[in-house]
Ligand binder design. Structure first.
Ligand SMILES: [Zn+2]
Ligand SMILES: [Zn+2]
Length: 374
């Protein structure tokens, strides 16, 4: 069977005709395989859902236990037969429970990687490269300008600012699923033992991580504390909360935001972020290219993001490649509206190429990136 007969593009997303299933469909379908719990990939209303136990757990937290007609657990590394096709879930290193899905039909092997990263993350299993004929990848940060620094260096920036301004609360915007819990775990790795406060919108997902034995230390809810306790504290909140009325309860807070997009200064400025932290749950340019080479794939399909640049890179390196221009997927920025996902297709409103260009020209008199304002 040719790869195009094993996996085709439909309005609902990638579809496997011989196995009769979709992967991460953006519309309700009869049978869905879900790579991970982010709202642009995991939607409610499918007939049957096959995913890792953690992804099913996350979907239950977000949508309620009746999010699908039926569910089946996929265990990492254990093949499951679906008609003439075999599927195997393998760690993707993106968020808790995230998986790449290997689809095998006869001798042909296709890997749908979902979202993935190669950088260290204490909250989930590390990405495992799988050799394959066709590798399907995202390209959220698929431009050479996107090189994520080591997460430890970004956490050190945050802790330096906390030491420098011990009276000020540090509000750190982070997506409620994955990034928030990863930041807390990375902060704990440095030996920081004080309570870390979380916004109510991340309470249930954070509790779910803890219930899955992810060590996060002393976590407290902001709403349970008086103002006095919050001076000098680290507070993790959804990005939108930084500009909310909610943020006004903190006297003179320092606004931080942890995202791969913080590489783009214009984005940090737009959001009023004083302390941009470049911490991403997606592969950067180097890791996208390295991963493609490691899979040994003869052919690459690019689902969304900066498809053209990555396709061009593949072609230059003798690898067949094509952009799928898939709609309905974005970085979690576009879709992950706190506190709960709406299930709507996310708007791909971000045009990073343009914004990167803008980011190269800092406005006059701006504080330098990474420096907290006085
Ligand atoms: Zn994701
Ligand atoms: Zn995504």
């Amino acid at each position: 069977m040719r790869p195009a007969d094993i996996l085709t593009l439909t309005p609902a997303g990638l579809f496997c005709p011989p196995g009769d299933f979709h992967v991460d469909p953006v519309r309700p379908v009869a049978r869905a395989l879900i790579t991970h719990g982010h709202s642009d990939h995991a939607r409610a209303g499918h007939g049957a859902v096959l995913a890792t136990a953690e992804t099913l757990g996350i979907m239950g937290v977000r949508y309620g236990e009746a999010f699908a007609g039926s569910t089946q657990i996929a265990t990492y590394g254990e093949p499951i037969a679906l008609g003439p096709v075999r599927v195997t879930f393998v760690p993707a290193g993106h968020v808790l429970g995230s998986a790449q899905i290997i689809i095998e039909a006869g001798p042909t092997r296709i890997v749908v990687s979902g979202d993935y990263k190669r950088a260290p993350d204490p909250t989930c299993r590390a990405f495992e490269p799988v050799s394959c004929d066709v590798f399907i990848t995202e390209a959220t940060f698929g431009l050479p300008v996107f090189r994520h620094p080591a997460p430890g260096a970004e956490i050190a920036k945050l802790l330096q600012s906390v030491a420098l301004f011990p009276e000020q609360a540090h509000l750190v915007g982070a997506y409620p699923l994955g990034k928030a819990q990863r930041l807390i775990a990375l902060i704990r790795e440095t030996g920081y033992e004080r309570p870390i406060y979380v916004h109510g919108a991340m309470e249930r997902l954070t509790d779910y991580y803890v219930a899955q034995s992810v060590q996060l230390g002393d976590i407290r809810l902001v709403r349970a504390e008086g103002r006095a306790a919050l001076g000098g504290a680290i507070v993790i909140c959804p990005p939108g909360a930084l500009q909310d009325l909610w943020a006004r309860r903190f006297p003179d807070p320092v606004a931080a935001f942890a995202s791969g997009w913080m590489r783009v200064r214009a984005r940090a400025r737009q959001r009023g972020v004083e302390l941009p932290l470049v911490v991403s749950d997606h592969a950067d340019w180097d890791d996208l290219c390295t991963t493609i080479v490691e899979t040994g794939a003869e052919e690459v399909w690019v689902t969304h993001g900066q498809e053209d640049a990555l396709v061009h890179w593949c072609l230059l390196n003798g690898i067949k490649a094509r952009p799928l221009h898939m709609l309905g997927y974005g970085d979690e920025d576009a879709t992950e509206a706190p506190p709960a996902a709406s299930g709507q297709a996310g708007g791909l409103d971000s045009t990073p190429a343009v914004q990167v260009a803008t980011g190269r020209v800092p406005g006059p008199g701006r504080p330098r990136e990474g420096e907290p304002s006085p």
